[in-house]
Write a protein that binds this ligand. Sequence first.
Ligand SMILES: Cc1cc2nc3c(=O)[nH]c(=O)nc-3n(C[C@H](O)[C@H](O)[C@H](O)COP(=O)(O)OP(=O)(O)OC[C@H]3O[C@@H](n4cnc5c(N)ncnc54)[C@H](O)[C@@H]3O)c2cc1C
Length: 276
Amino acid sequence: MSERTFSFEFFPPKTAEGAEKLRATRAQLAQLKPKFFSVTFGAGGSTRDRTLETVREIQASGSEAAPHLSCIGSTEDNIREILNEYKSQGIRHLVALRGDLPSGTMDAGEFNYANELVSFIRKETGDWFEIEVAAYPEIHPQARSWTDDLANFKRKVDAGADSAITQYFFNADAYFRFVDEARSLGVDIPIVPGIMPIGNYVQLARFSDACGAEIPRWLRKKLETYGDDLPSIRAFGLDVITDQCERLLAGGAPGLHFYTMNQAGPSTTLWQRLGL
Ligand SMILES: Cc1cc2nc3c(=O)[nH]c(=O)nc-3n(C[C@H](O)[C@H](O)[C@H](O)COP(=O)(O)OP(=O)(O)OC[C@H]3O[C@@H](n4cnc5c(N)ncnc54)[C@H](O)[C@@H]3O)c2cc1C
């Protein structure tokens, strides 16, 4: 079995205070020696400079950085410029996405889907970048069907993706089924589960509805019993997510990608509990 891959995701901070906090988070998480830190990118390029700045700091600290790059709302020239900038900074790893345009924005730009971005990156930069793409074990919310979404996932892989990171989920069976079906279509790249620690329940429920990640009824009901008792929600959430990660790794998951929300605590605790 090839070596497992562990990674942490950040969003680019908006304020000097946020940037300072992220430095501390990164320093703490770097001690765990993840393969890389990824940094999100607002669709339409809204965080372009902040993503670049965050990524530069990560590289300068000696860790590997993988900026996300979303293409919706962009032109080929925009994307080419960003790729050249990353290349000149010595960045060799990207997470290539379509992104979601804010509602009311009409101009989709020159890219419609992530597979077009992956093809463009390969055409422009050959094998310079290791490319990750997104996968949706519970199916992307806009997909016409399960079959269609899997075929679209395969299209990104055929375009040249090296590995995939999934949307978070709370149902390990969905992940295993997705991987099995992708394999049956001939997809052989690693599909790394995205892990979301459970913190603020109201926020999590809102976000999950929007991105199509199902919170199972038993879990919702159990979380509701804690009301706004955050420490109890977190403690219970850590138990649930530790179990899930154990099951995923035991079932052959090729690593874990933690959505940190720029906090070191929950991911570090999970890491320790999993004995990584
Ligand atoms: C790991 C991860 C990281 C993310 N990071 C960011 C980020 O930094 N910034 C951000 O804005 N968003 C981010 N997102 C969210 C992501 O941008 C959204 O989920 C978006 O709606 C889809 O992006 P995608 O790359 O999966 O799109 P695609 O793979 O293009 O798929 C989008 C939809 O179109 C369908 N589709 C795909 N290709 C075709 C085709 N050729 N013809 C017809 N239909 C097609 C798919 O089935 C799917 O329903 C992230 C998601 C994940 C899982």
